[in-house]
Design a protein around this ligand. Structure first.
Ligand SMILES: [Mg+2]
Length: 178
């Protein structure tokens, strides 16, 4: 008798695939130190791409350097408020699982915020944190960025990387369907 008992195979803590994104120049237009609602301009295909990935069961994580905080242009509180506004504009539902941001800058920072950080891209501290926090399977994941520092952070993590190119929806569909 062959009683199928798949309990041992049941993936209780199944690692999840994840789409990592840089924020400025990838999801929204980069005006430099963007932190105000009126500066929000979603790039072509951003919202549909994020919703598509959500339907495909991807975690969605933003990895962003925010030295504007170090430079005193805006506060952590301002940034969190800004990300909440972004979320609300994307959907009523939660689409972006988390924004990881690095507020530090090694030379331009003021006071507490002037320091080297393992989080600041090209370092990959934020990616490492996300992988732990969201139980991410890096082999099934990818990152899209628009900067050499994004590329370097992804490569350090063993993460597939693509430079942002054209419509984000078309790009992620190409990646996912490959
Ligand atoms: Mg960028």
């Amino acid at each position: 008798m062959n009683i199928s008992n798949n309990n041992s195979e049941k993936p209780k803590n199944k690692r999840r695939k994840c789409a990592f994104f840089d924020r400025d120049g990838v999801l929204i237009k980069n005006y430099g130190y963007v932190h105000k609602e009126r500066q929000i301009k979603f790039l072509k295909g951003t919202i549909t791409a994020l919703k598509f990935l959500k339907r495909q069961k991807f975690r969605i994580i933003v990895i962003t350097n925010q030295s504007g905080i170090a430079r005193g242009y805006f506060s952590v509180k301002d940034l969190k408020k800004f990300h909440k506004i972004l979320d609300d504009k994307i959907s009523k539902k939660k689409i972006i699982d988390k924004y990881y941001f690095c507020p530090f800058h090694p030379t331009k920072g003021i006071g507490f915020y002037k320091k080297e950080s393992k989080d600041r891209k090209p370092n990959n501290g934020m990616i490492i944190k996300a992988v732990k926090e969201f139980n991410i399977d890096l082999n099934k994941s990818f990152m899209i960025g628009d900067n050499l520092t994004d590329y370097k952070a992804a490569k350090k993590s063993g993460l597939k990387f693509y430079y942002k190119k054209g419509c984000l929806l078309r790009q992620v569909k190409r990646i996912v369907n490959n």
